[in-house]
Ligand binder design. Structure first.
Ligand code: ADP
Ligand code: NI
Length: 215
């Protein structure tokens, strides 16, 4: 029964994300799903909720849907109801989709369920390291942002509204978000993975600077 539900969800998400930007496509979801399972092995949690939330967490990202923050909840809720999910399970999954985003981090409840912590850690791990670098430059290209500008400084402590419309450079995104993620990990498994990926990004930034300055 559960196995069936997971397989149906995989097929549904693959269909929904056809044509998505390469940093937020099915393969991002697949990596977050795998990372979530890897983290979940070391935690006491409801694995169905973890897997379903990982699969459905970017089903309708507001960035790509005119800022609409309710669409993903509607689509995921309708899908899970069509699969005869229990109301408790559906509520747990929707809670994670609603609260997972980096830009909403100041608005979430103080006490988070372990299932949310796991999927959030997995999503954040996929935002850093080599994959994180690739996704970030892909998104910057998609938005036609500059890679780097020596006179545009990173903006730390942006409000949610400023963050959403930030037209800064892709290199600045490392200082505005990616390098902050290591210290926001909840689980020990993710903390260890994050450290390695963080160090790799630092190395990349230092090489980038060296090559930019032709030094
Ligand atoms: P979340 O999905 O947690 O809300 P974001 O949507 O801000 O996080 O970012 C998801 C990924 O999209 C980032 O990790 C990054 O790769 C890319 N991204 C988002 N905003 C930018 C930006 N301004 N410049 C470059 N990449 C970005
Ligand atoms: Ni994601």
């Amino acid at each position: 029964m559960t196995e069936n539900l997971i397989q149906n969800t995989v097929a549904f998400v693959q269909e929904q994300l056809k044509g998505a930007e390469a940093g937020h496509d099915w393969f991002h979801i697949e990596r977050v799903w795998k990372l979530s399972k890897k983290i979940a092995v070391n935690e006491n949690c409801n694995l169905d909720v973890v897997e379903l939330a990982a699969l459905l967490h970017d089903i309708a990202d507001p960035k790509f849907h005119a800022g609409d923050e309710t669409l993903a909840l509607k689509i995921a809720g309708k899908f899970l109801e069509s699969q005869n999910g229990s109301p408790e399970m559906i509520a747990q999954v929707l809670f994670i989709i609603k609260n997972i985003s980096f830009k909403n981090r100041d608005e979430v409840p103080a006490v988070l369920p372990i299932e949310l912590k796991i999927v959030q850690d997995a999503d954040r791990i996929d935002a850093i390291g080599a994959i994180g670098i690739a996704r970030t430059f892909n998104f910057g290209g998609f938005k036609n942002n500059l890679m780097y500008h020596p006179e545009i400084a990173p903006k730390l402590n942006m409000t949610k509204e400023e963050y959403k419309k930030s037209e800064g450079t892709t290199i600045n995104h490392f200082y505005e978000k990616l390098l902050l993620l290591k210290d926001l990990m909840h689980t020990e498994t993710a903390k260890a993975l994050a450290q390695e990926r963080h160090d790799f990004m630092l190395k990349f930034l230092s090489e980038f600077e060296k090559e930019w300055n032709v030094s």
